[in-house]
Design a protein around this ligand. Structure first.
Ligand code: GDP
Ligand code: MG
Length: 163
């Protein structure tokens, strides 16, 4: 069976953009509205010579809509439960938020191998937020720009030992 890479994190950090870049087709719905990817999406993906199944998730929000939040949580749990490795994405421009901490703690308790990605890292304004990622205690954050295709070689270096 192909290894599975689950892309997780709070809404609007760029998970679907990363998924689309890895899968190479516009399978995932990308939107400015937080949490718009309500269904889990997966597709055959590659990164240089790595082949795997990428799984996009909506992320769970501590939002007002209880049932939607519950569905997001369920699909994130399902994706991580079957994952070879999880990629936790945060927004380097926003820095680490309480919800990012929540995800990090939740994933750590699961014991799933983790790669931490600081997305939207293409500009100088991302520098501080990139460094904040160390606070999560999940190792060196990988600076990435899913939108501009930057940092993919570093992502490769981090993923390769797990796949
Ligand atoms: P998701 O909710 O985590 O799946 O996030 P999306 O992939 O839907 O992206 C949310 C927003 O962030 C969209 O407007 C994207 O165009 C934007 N975005 C995604 N990746 C990047 C990036 O690398 N840099 C910048 N500046 N914006 C990005
Ligand atoms: Mg999405």
């Amino acid at each position: 069976d192909a290894p599975r890479v689950a892309i997780v994190g709070r809404p609007n950090v760029g998970k679907s953009t990363l998924f689309n870049r890895l899968v190479g087709k516009r399978l995932a719905l990308v939107d400015d509205q937080p949490g718009v990817t309500r269904d889990r999406r997966e597709g055959r993906a590659s990164l240089f010579d790595l082949d795997f199944v990428a799984v996009d998730t909506a992320g769970f929000e501590d939002g007002s809509d209880e049932s939607l939040s519950g569905r997001m949580r369920a699909q994130t749990e399902a994706a991580v439960g079957r994952a070879t490795v999880a990629v936790l994405v945060y927004d380097a421009r926003a820095g680490i938020t309480p919800l990012d901490r929540h995800f990090a703690g939740w994933l750590r308790r699961r014991g799933v191998p983790l790669v931490l990605v600081a997305n939207k890292a293409e500009g100088l304004q991302a520098e501080a937020g990139l460094n904040e990622g160390h606070e999560l205690g999940l190792g060196e954050p990988i600076g990435l720009s899913a939108e501009h295709g930057l940092g993919l070689a570093d992502l490769y270096q981090a993923l390769a030992p797990h796949l």
